[in-house]
Design a protein around this ligand. Structure first.
Ligand code: SAH
Length: 381
């Protein structure tokens, strides 16, 4: 077609076909319009895709920021999204919470799945970091426990104070029980005392524990004086220790000692009331009563001493000085039981020490008036 002839020129008649020109023109306009419309449509679709991905990107970014805030993943890292069909089962609880967070952003998830491998690597790094976070937390806990233990160690003095208080309380209770039993022993007859200790063996133990504690407070132990005296006597002398307690005397002298008490705390101790012992008549050289004249029936004790002692046999008595209302009266009473005073000493202002000698056997049926000493009541500590 010539350049100067339009498409609607009808060369057969060499005239301009207006109808055809109009049609051609319409076709070409339509074509152009179609092209333009197609173009616009394409562009629109492209833009739509672009917009969606930008939008998804923004959502993704926001979620990452949120997770970073929760310290589930460190800055600069993608959040841990588990790829679909991943057989990586050992994800931590932090991971699973992140995953549930991502449920809303399905588009972004798909995008992440597309770049599966990179994501997986990142996920591994996140897990590693989470693990190290867990280790850090664990270490912190260990440190806290250690600190608490040290703190406990530090408060040990307070505990010690508490146990010291408990000890004090315990010793007060023991002391109280001791004083109660002690008072009973001083205010009842020896027959009753036997009944008391037979019924309650514990009472005896409590009494002795208390007595030992009490004697530790004294500036001087009177039994030591007796031991010293006996050591100066012939070793062949046979001795009776009446109300022996722990039988300390028998341990301390080379002589044969018959240890007697209400209860047998040791195998060598003869358990009986010293008013009636199994000892033979006039068998002993020495009879010892160290702080043991406790019952109200002193007459019975002294008549038994007279029975078991040889004539000229020695009688040693030590008692707390405050028990005596009238020492001379006591000496007189002993005289009526067949004993003569040899010497009397005051021991460290607290105790009275008597040495008597048996001058005659009077027999158990002798008419002797009953007598007793004041009870020795210990003060509350
Ligand atoms: N002589 C020891 C113990 C003194 S305590 C010392 O000096 O260490 C007094 C003791 O006398 C107690 O052991 C008590 O049981 C004992 N006693 C008191 N009355 C007694 C009795 N009737 N018969 C035997 N022992 C008695």
């Amino acid at each position: 077609m010539s350049l100067f002839k339009p498409a609607a020129w009808d060369s057969t008649v060499e005239v301009f076909n207006f109808q055809s020109a109009k049609k051609n023109s319409q076709n070409s306009v339509e074509k152009t319009n179609k092209n333009i419309a197609n173009e616009i449509l394409k562009k629109k679709q492209k833009n739509k895709v672009k917009k969606t991905s930008i939008k998804n990107g923004r959502i993704e970014k926001r979620k990452q920021k949120k997770l970073q805030k929760q310290k589930l993943i460190p800055k600069g890292l993608q959040r841990p999204v588990k790829p679909i069909n991943s057989d990586d089962e050992d994800s931590s609880s932090a991971d699973s919470s992140a995953e549930s967070d991502s449920d809303g952003g399905i588009g972004s998830k798909q995008k992440v799945i597309k770049s599966g491998r990179i994501e997986k690597n990142k996920l591994k790094r996140v897990e590693k970091l989470n693990k190290s976070k867990l280790t850090e937390v664990h270490n912190k806990n260990v440190a806290a426990v250690t600190a608490a233990t040290n703190e406990l160690k530090l408060i040990t003095p307070a505990n010690a104070q508490f146990s010291a208080y408990q000890e004090k309380l315990k010793s007060q209770l023991v002391g109280g029980r001791f004083r109660f039993i002690n008072e009973q022993l001083y205010t009842m007859s020896s027959q009753k005392a036997v009944e008391l200790f037979t019924a309650d063996r514990e009472a005896y133990t409590a009494y002795h524990e208390g007595f030992r504690h009490q004697s530790e407070q004294w500036p001087f132990n009177p039994l030591k004086r007796i031991i010293k005296t006996i050591k100066n006597l012939p070793k062949t002398f046979e001795i009776g220790d009446f109300g022996c307690g722990d039988a300390e005397l028998a341990k301390s002298v080379p002589n044969k000692v018959y240890s007697i008490d209400l209860v047998s705390a040791k195998p060598d101790i003869i358990a009986c009331d010293m008013a009636h012992t199994p000892l033979k008549k006039e068998s002993l050289d020495v009879a010892v009563y160290c702080l043991s004249l406790m019952g109200t029936n002193l007459k019975d004790f002294m008549l038994e001493a007279n029975r078991v002692l040889k004539v000229d046999g020695l009688l040693y008595i030590v008692e707390i000085q405050t028990r005596f209302d009238n020492v001379q009266d006591f000496i007189q009473r002993l005289r009526s039981c067949g004993f003569q005073l040899v010497r009397k000493d005051m021991l460290s202002k607290l105790f009275l020490f008597f040495q008597f000698k048996k001058v005659q056997s009077i027999g158990k049926v002798a008419i002797v008036k009953p007598f007793q000493l004041k009870p020795c009541l210990y003060r509350k500590r």
